[in-house]
Design a protein around this ligand. Sequence first.
Ligand SMILES: Cc1cc2nc3c(=O)[nH]c(=O)nc-3n(C[C@H](O)[C@H](O)[C@H](O)COP(=O)(O)OP(=O)(O)OC[C@H]3O[C@@H](n4cnc5c(N)ncnc54)[C@H](O)[C@@H]3O)c2cc1C
Length: 378
Amino acid sequence: MDTLLMEEIRDAARRIATERLKPRAVETDRERTFPWENMKALGDAGFHRLIVSEQEGGLGLGRNAFASVVAELAKACASTALVHVSSAVVSKAIELGAGDDTRKKLLPEMTGGRSLGAFAVHEPDSGSNAGAITTRAIKEDGHYVINGTKFFITSAGEADLYLVLVRTNPEKGAQGMSTLLVEKDAPGLSFGRPEDKMGLTSTSSRELFFSDCRVPADNLVGKEGEGMQIIGKTIVGWGFFGAAAISLGIAKSATELAIEHAKKRMIAGHPIGAHQAVQFMIADMVLKTDAAESFLYASASNADSAPGFAAINGFKAKLFASEAAVETANLAIQILAGHGYCRDYVVERLFRDARGLTLHFKTSEWLRQDIAKAALGL
Ligand SMILES: Cc1cc2nc3c(=O)[nH]c(=O)nc-3n(C[C@H](O)[C@H](O)[C@H](O)COP(=O)(O)OP(=O)(O)OC[C@H]3O[C@@H](n4cnc5c(N)ncnc54)[C@H](O)[C@@H]3O)c2cc1C
């Protein structure tokens, strides 16, 4: 993608974020309203086709460019950015693995902003270990019949299309898993109550219950048994960079708000930013944010040039950026002090949102283990 076009896309993202997402972010967080208006604004501007290839009607952005757009959105509203990333990876899965007819039917709906996607891997008893899922799909009469429960699924009940990891052949372990597309109105699919989360409150996290849920066999993404590969090429291969970018957006917002406050807040005739104690906090925030940014873009570029190493690069970028986001948002609260502890100021939302990013996709503990195992060659 040429640099000029990329600059235009990033500028457009910044404009939508500032003019459309930011003014609504306080209210959608408080009211826990799903950010449909934001998703529509993004759809109208063509943002639902960012990472779909040009042959399939997308813009064909790489991970680096995608991350820079997501970070702009997240600076204004992390919930909207998460809903966006969760849908983008489903588009990618359709592009990479759906059969011709299914792809031609579903992908234009998604890239055109008329259909929203969500991914459903996690289950009540699987944690971050996708290999431990038990949701079962059995093929019969040209359909898959799905039974099981998915847990804590972003956009659940709102999204039109779900990319669901299932077991099609339990005897084969990881090679016996598959990914299926399930439409919201599929018979046998129902949703749990919205989780009452501390942050990312407008993302609608709910359970998915599959009770003899029937989907056409054509809804298989990839071949039977390739579920983990599809997850690897989409949620892992792209989603982790999205999660890192959301974290970066939060860290940037927290740092900017703290600096602004440190300049304006006068105590006994002096701005609080004149105190070395406050300056040290600001220095730490600037360093962490800059480091997260450089590391994210370096990791994303590595993955763009060597997609076979996307997973480990995404794990590192997400772990570092999500922890930087928590640390900077925490310091921002310290600098805003009493104000920062109140809901009227944005930094407490940033902290609550950042906290979710150290859990979602894979927890920090899992990521540390994965990174260490890769380093040790285990
Ligand atoms: C905001 C948010 C949005 C989400 N959206 C989605 C979504 O759209 N789709 C989806 O599929 N899932 C989603 N999830 C679920 C998410 O993937 C899981 O919450 C995450 O994988 C952790 O699983 P758990 O919550 O069951 O934690 P648990 O697995 O119960 O972990 C509890 C603690 O034990 C540690 N732990 C557990 N097992 C190990 C181990 N083997 N080694 C070391 N430490 C371990 C964990 O690190 C953690 O500290 C979302 C979660 C959040 C918070």
